[in-house]
Design a protein around this ligand. Structure first.
Ligand SMILES: C[S@@+](CC[C@H](N)C(=O)[O-])C[C@H]1O[C@@H](n2cnc3c(N)ncnc32)[C@H](O)[C@@H]1O
Length: 314
């Protein structure tokens, strides 16, 4: 009897010890799970607000034939050859042009002469008095074909105060350019962007944003592209460049239709020595990204490059 009582007691205490151990284990598990949830929360908090790092897109390769129009002080032309990715770009692959005469260019932009001399010494063809809306009239360009035709920050610069008229004047300029360059674009199959694509939802265009790590697939034989960079804030956005390129107005029936390959942020600072210039001439304290940092949020905005190719005929 005493033996039976003792063994019942032992069983009871063993069960209690086991129960206590289980309770402790449960507590430990709960604590660990809470700690891990808290760690996750902190991680997410830290990640929030951190911009996704994208490396600036360089829309050129060293085999490209590049025609630059509407250059100001030719610092973009020069920067092509200083860019780490493009250092071996052959100078004979590039023609850099300005609308101004040589004399006026040097008057307007005090740094231009030295830059032009440097480019010419390297073997780059530099031309003045070239109207980007009438390229067909220059015998020096006759029969040439280009993989990239580039106009950074086109502006008619007519000083029109009325906003609607100013927009119209710049739209006419862009349409003239898009018409004029079309026979100079290298023929070939349409270029494409390989890799991840991100469709923008806030826009009626078929804009593609190329993300870091994407491989862009211009090859030697793909159709030439036109690159136009604009400030991505009003009034420039009101020029509606993507729409002009994709569906030119009926008043411009001669204009070809373009497809948008992509648009991407243009980082001035990623072009070594590039200093943006206004049509009217050099204004102290402007030209680099630094002057825009002084502007407030919306006004500062971003610069955006649009890349088009001739749409396949319907
Ligand atoms: C805002 S500035 C930009 C200059 C330069 N591309 C840069 O990024 O610094 C606009 C340029 O477009 C040029 N331009 C205006 N009308 C033009 C035309 N019909 N053909 C070629 N260039 C033109 C002006 O002479 C001026 O150099």
């Amino acid at each position: 009897m005493a033996k039976a009582h003792r063994s019942k007691n032992t069983l009871k205490s063993t069960l209690e010890q086991h129960k206590a151990r289980l309770g402790k284990k449960k507590e430990e598990l709960e604590r660990a799970s809470k700690q891990s949830a808290e760690r996750e929360k902190q991680k997410k908090k830290k990640g929030k607000g951190k911009a996704v790092q994208r490396s600036p897109i360089i829309p050129f390769s060293i085999t490209d034939r590049i025609l630059l129009v509407g250059e100001g002080n030719f610092s973009f032309a020069r920067s092509l050859f200083s860019h780490p990715v493009l250092r071996s770009l052959p100078p004979e692959n590039v023609i850099a042009t300005a609308y101004d005469s040589e004399e006026i260019c040097y008057e307007k932009y005090p740094d231009a002469q030295e830059i032009v001399e440097g480019l010419r010494a390297k073997g780059v063809v530099v031309l003045f008095d070239i109207d980007a809306t009438a390229l067909e009239k220059y015998s020096v360009l006759k029969g040439t074909q280009w993989d990239r035709i580039v106009w950074n920050f086109p502006h008619a610069g007519k000083g029109i105060a009325d906003q609607d008229r100013s927009i119209l004047s710049n739209q006419v300029l862009l349409l003239g350019f898009l018409r004029s360059v079309s026979p100079f674009l290298a023929p070939g199959p349409p270029p494409s962007i390989r890799g991840r694509r991100k469709k923008k939802s806030d826009d009626d265009s078929d804009e593609e944003e190329q993300e870091s790590g994407d491989e862009e697939t211009h090859t030697l034989s793909t159709r030439g592209t036109v690159l136009v960079t604009l400030r991505n804030v009003p009034p420039y956005t009101l020029w509606d460049l993507p729409k002009l390129a994709k569906s030119p107005p009926t008043s411009h029936q001669d204009n070809p239709k373009y497809s948008i390959l992509r648009s991407f942020q243009f980082h001035r600072e990623s072009w070594p020595g590039y200093a943006h210039r206004m049509t009217k001439g050099f204004v102290e304290g402007t030209g680099t990204g630094a002057d825009r940092e002084k502007l407030s949020g919306k006004e500062a905005g971003e610069d955006r490059c649009w890349e088009f190719y001739l749409a396949p005929s319907e």
